[in-house]
Ligand binder design. Structure first.
Ligand code: NAD
Length: 256
């Protein structure tokens, strides 16, 4: 219950899905949390849920692909809590299409949020984490960084960039006492994945779910909490010697 007492965390994309579950879990472990999301309403709702449960949270509205927003997110967190130790670069968007029919704007949006957003939030958070005595950055990758997922070209490329950036950041930021790791989740049933799952089933969501579950040796998809618990480990001192690692959390999907 108190693995993160005295810690301050930012969770981007904290208003939904994996980010929401992680914001709640980090707060439950004693962290003060900035719930940062493009949706002001979603950020407020999750921050309110944390506060109602006895935790400490502030909502922050941010577009992680905007330099000004990313800088302001860190400033607002420092103003609210006076320190920063943990950044979870979780905000992400999907893409559609293969490399032939993929749309250029879709590519820019997907790389802009997933890859550039990770760069920008880390750029402004790292000095604040260093000045707070060090901490951890967790980047959200995907199994799509490790295997080719059909009709997900831009998303695969963006998450591949996040994996490579993680290793680069781990090497560069170690001297600032910042550990940097990446989680590569398999399919978790969240609003992000619903269109992809429905498309896989030819418009039938249940069929898409069935086809997808068949790819998972554990016989189920992930829950947001499955990923949140990996993030908690990487954020905590239990992972004090862990940096530059890529944590696959996919029910064995990529082990086959
Ligand atoms: N769900 C999965 O199967 C799965 C698998 C692997 C990786 N991921 C990754 O996990 C992360 C979270 O995904 P999720 O499934 O929980 O999705 P979700 O759609 O439930 O939540 C994503 C959140 O990010 C926010 N967001 C979107 N663009 C943003 C931006 N520009 N700035 C700030 N916030 C923004 C959204 O408003 C939303 O609240 C993403 O990076 C996603 O790529 C998800």
């Amino acid at each position: 219950m108190d693995r993160l007492s005295d810690k301050v965390a930012i969770v981007t994309g904290g208003g939904s899905g994996i980010g929401r579950a992680t914001a709640l879990l980090l707060a439950d472990e004693g962290a003060r949390v900035a719930v940062a999301d493009l949706s002001a309403e979603a950020a407020q709702t999750v921050a309110g849920d944390i506060t109602k449960a006895g935790g400490d949270a502030v909502p922050v509205t941010v577009d992680v692909s905007s330099s000004g927003d990313a800088a302001a997110m860190v400033d607002q967190t420092m103003d609210a809590f006076g320190a920063l130790h943990i950044l979870y670069n979780n905000a992400g968007v999907d893409s559609s299409g293969d490399v032939v029919d993929g749309d250029e704007d879709d590519w820019d949006r997907c790389l802009g949020v997933n890859a550039k957003g990770t760069f920008l939030c880390s750029k402004f958070a790292a000095p604040a984490i260093e000045s707070s005595g060090g901490g951890a950055i967790i980047n959200q990758g995907s199994v799509a960084a490790l295997v080719g997922v059909p009709n997900f070209a831009a998303y695969c490329a963006a998450k591949g960039a996040v994996v490579s950036l993680t290793r680069s950041m781990a090497v560069d930021l170690a001297s600032r006492r910042i550990r940097v790791n990446c989680i590569c989740p398999g399919t978790v049933f969240t609003p992000l994945m619903e269109p992809m799952l429905a498309a896989r089933g030819g418009g039938d969501l249940d069929k898409g779910l069935e086809l997808t579950i068949a790819k998972y040796p554990v016989g189920r998809l992930g829950e947001p909490e499955d990923i949140a618990r990996v993030a908690l480990f990487l954020a905590s001192d239990d992972a004090a010697f862990v940096t530059g690692s890529i944590y696959t959390a996919d029910g064995g999907m990529t082990a086959q």
